[in-house]
Design a binder for this molecule. Structure first.
Ligand code: PLP
Length: 394
């Protein structure tokens, strides 16, 4: 028997966030009282009117294949969303509905990258970008940022990372894991750099658009630099906004030349996203948006409390975020004081001793930081800060 696998498998690693969640679940199954702050999904239920739409779809027999890129009704709802919320105009041929935002990102890499093409990824980044680039034979180029710059990439850092091989840039604002959102002016400055490099396509991952409490309203790179419309693909999903992570419904909106190629890739892999989830997404996008405001208000209240609690811990530095449901404090001082050099080992130590599950920053390209999800009850967050305090003061 020849068990040799494709070389591409050896280039990637399983999602580290899932590894932490799995270890926490194991400890819990063994009877330990583990507080998990590792989850990447809202703890709220999917809104009732969305569930009702899915039940209706089932009863109405909407259970068959749909066009690969989504039904005309779903595309219409997505187009209306971008016109209403983002001032962006798209035609149906510029929209591709996919199995979550994740497949949208994957499709971009598969449709665009050739061997050796460089993918610019500001760190801290969403864990899957580098591996998706590698799976498409691309070369991830990580652009580090610092806590002092609030984990935002400067135009100078972007310019310095660009080479003739640069082909794709992932921008994610508000960011998982840092919680930071670029201002329109900051995006315009990055846009100026990108205008000088016409080969670079931008993937604007707007997944957390609605979970935002910054002083400024949401803007993406196209809002800040409209000339980039022709080479920017917006990635979005109902997953985070409407607490619909399990429904697996996301989309891309971008230039026809790229969206068409991505649709071809998808037509030979998964075909359409689930027909019932498409109907649910229409209800989410077209229905009452009060549920979004309610969830965001809850996230903000938890954020304020958690950031205050973390900032008071010895050896921990925590900046306030602009949105999402993640805090990304710098634990390096506490880590070194405890005799650790490696944040994965330190996160395991925290899990073993304090029974608090966090995701080490190295998973996101920023070692020494820890990602704490506040998509969990306030009582759990309070208890987690208390336990971390006890451990750090030991
Ligand atoms: N992009 C970012 C920044 C994310 O945080 C996530 C999910 O964690 C995704 C994309 C993928 O989202 P989905 O669950 O819709 O596939």
């Amino acid at each position: 028997m020849d068990t040799t696998l494709a070389v591409r498998v050896t280039r990637i690693k399983p999602s580290p966030t899932l590894a932490v969640t799995a270890k926490a679940a194991e400890l819990r199954a063994a009877g330990e009282d583990v507080l998990s702050l590792a989850a990447g999904e809202p703890d709220f239920d999917t809104p009732e009117h969305v569930k009702e739409a899915a039940i209706r779809a089932l009863r109405d027999g909407k259970t068959k294949y749909t066009p690969v890129g989504g039904t005309p009704a779903l595309k219409k709802a997505i187009i209306a969303k971008h016109a209403r919320d983002n001032g962006l105009d798209y035609k149906a041929s510029q929209i591709l509905a996919s199995v979550g935002g994740k497949q949208a990102c994957y499709n971009v890499c598969q449709a665009l990258l050739n061997a050796g093409d460089e993918v610019l990824i500001p760190a801290p980044y969403w864990v899957s970008y580098p591996d998706m680039a590698l799976l498409a034979d691309g070369e991830p180029v990580i652009i580090p940022t610092t806590a002092e710059s609030r984990f935002k990439m400067t135009p100078e850092a972007l310019e310095a990372a660009i080479t003739p091989n640069s082909r794709l840039l992932f921008l994610n604002s508000p960011s998982n894991p840092s919680g930071m959102a670029y201002t329109r002016a900051e995006l315009a400055a990055l846009g100026e750099v990108l205008l000088r490099h016409p080969r670079i396509v931008i993937a604007s991952d707007d997944m957390y658009e609605k979970i935002l409490w910054a002083d400024e309203p949401f803007a993406n790179i196209i809002n800040a630099c409209p000339e980039l419309y022709e080479r920017t693909v917006v990635i979005h999903a109902v997953s985070k906004t409407y607490s619909m992570t399990g429904w697996r419904l996301g989309w891309s909106a971008g230039p026809e030349w790229l969206i068409g190629a991505m649709a071809n890739i998808q037509s030979q892999s998964t075909s359409n996203p689930t027909s019932i989830a498409q109907e649910a997404a229409i209800a989410a996008l077209e229905g009452d948006q009060a549920c979004v405001a309610e969830m965001t208000a809850a996230f903000r209240a938890r954020h304020d409390k958690l950031v205050a609690g973390l900032s008071a811990l010895p050896g921990v530095h925590c900046h306030a975020g602009d949105g999402t449901f993640y805090a990304f404090p710098d634990f390096s001082e506490a880590m070194h004081a405890a005799g650790f050099d490696d944040d994965v080992a330190y996160a395991n130590h925290i899990l073993d001793k304090a029974k608090v599950a966090l995701v080490p920053g190295s998973a996101f390209g920023s070692p020494g930081c820890m990602r704490l999800s506040f998509a969990t009850a306030e009582s759990v967050l309070d208890k987690a800060v208390e336990r971390l305090g006890e451990l750090l003061r030991e």
